[in-house]
Design a protein around this ligand. Structure first.
Ligand code: DP6
Length: 350
């Protein structure tokens, strides 16, 4: 059987709506960034970003992406990122145009994408998850598709796996699914709010990553003998994190998230060529965290495919954490007011 392409999935989701023209000229939407407490690491299908395992994240409230999509008045896609036009030949514009091809009603229809991240660039946090989720919300509104959250999540996944979790606020689980076309692989909200939960982002470096998360997880899955242990670890950690959320057991949440992140990075170490995202300063911060914890401060961390460290702690300990790490960017995922409504906003008068 021929392998299923992204466009086949879009066709399945849109049905008769596939190929129809937009019903509006412009639409604006917001989606939050997210940080995985139990990571997505390894795909069973690289074309469709279908994961080997489920994963669980927390969305970052006011930190995310607002995207305005309009029909372009020039004969090409235009991209404006944080008020700066992005060159047509850049990797960023090309990746966006390739994604937009999935929805273009005809080869002569082009889009103008204005995207703004409230995720501080200096914090070194990935904005592709919030970016693709916001884009899907805006396209849904522009074309008048009226999609379900499930379908929005699937379309965001086609852009970047972790984006499928950014269609919700709060705790979110991405169900791995088993279907070949991935129609059972989407995010669902995990019940539970935790207003005291705090995340601190410590920027170690703003350098361009030497290897993307996409390449790193591919290499790890193919070459790391440790990868075999990963799905077993995830199954266990997912249960622990869910029970920690249920019981508001911060130590269990922190311990499990930290151990999960370290295990993910360990699979990369056993890959060839090896995948190591840490800088010496990342390791120094880990030692500082462990020393503070030994001294009685309930502080944990998680790390994604880069050198920056994300601290996990409770509001009670905010002062102590800030004293130890004055440069930290603070996030209160359940306490902050969002930058805008999740999903498409009211018409912008464009
Ligand atoms: C380490 O979602 O960026 O942040 O699906 O190839 O676009 P693609 O990968 P991406 O990978 C995220 C990896 C991670 C873990 C996570 O967010 O779960």
């Amino acid at each position: 059987m021929a392998s299923i392409k992204k466009r086949d999935v879009v066709r399945l989701i849109l049905g008769e709506r596939f190929g129809r023209m937009p019903v509006k000229f412009c639409s604006t939407a917001y989606a939050p960034a997210n940080i995985a407490l139990c990571k997505y690491w390894g795909k069973r299908n690289e074309e469709l970003n279908l994961p080997i395992t489920a994963s669980l994240s927390v969305s970052l409230g006011a930190l995310g992406t607002t995207t305005k999509v309009c029909l372009s008045t020039v004969a090409r896609d235009e991209v404006i990122l944080n008020d700066q036009p992005v060159p047509v030949r850049s990797k960023f514009t090309k990746a966006l145009s390739t994604y937009l091809n999935l929805f273009r009603p005809s080869p002569t229809v082009f889009f103008r994408i204005e995207t703004r991240n409230t995720v501080p660039t200096a914090a070194g946090m990935a904005s592709s998850a919030s970016g693709f989720a916001a884009l899907v919300f805006a396209l849904d509104d522009l074309f008048g598709w009226g999609l379900s959250k499930r379908h929005q999540s699937i379309l965001a996944r086609l852009g970047s796996g972790s984006a499928c979790r950014s269609v919700y606020e709060g705790f979110v689980e991405w169900e791995a699914g088993a279907d070949e076309d991935g129609m059972d692989s989407y995010a669902v909200p995990v019940p539970g709010v935790w207003p005291e939960l705090r995340i601190g982002v410590l920027t170690i470096s703003e350098d361009q990553k030497p290897i993307s998360s996409r390449e790193a997880m591919k290499r790890t899955r193919r070459t790391s003998s440790f990868y075999e242990a990963w799905p077993v670890k995830v199954a266990h950690d997912l249960e622990l994190i869910k029970s920690a959320i249920d019981a508001r057991d911060f130590e269990l949440l922190g311990r499990t998230a930290e151990s999960n992140a370290l295990a993910m990075h360990a699979t990369g170490l056993a890959a060839w060529p090896p995948v190591l995202f840490w800088y010496p300063q990342s390791v120094a911060v880990m030692h500082d965290i462990w020393a503070l914890r030994d001294a009685g401060l309930p502080l944990y961390f998680t790390m994604d495919a880069g050198p920056n460290v994300k601290l996990l702690f409770a509001a009670d300990n905010e002062k102590d954490v800030l004293a130890a790490f004055p440069a930290v960017t603070l996030v209160a995922p359940f306490a902050e007011k969002r930058f805008g409504p999740l999903g498409a906003a009211a018409p912008t008068g464009c």
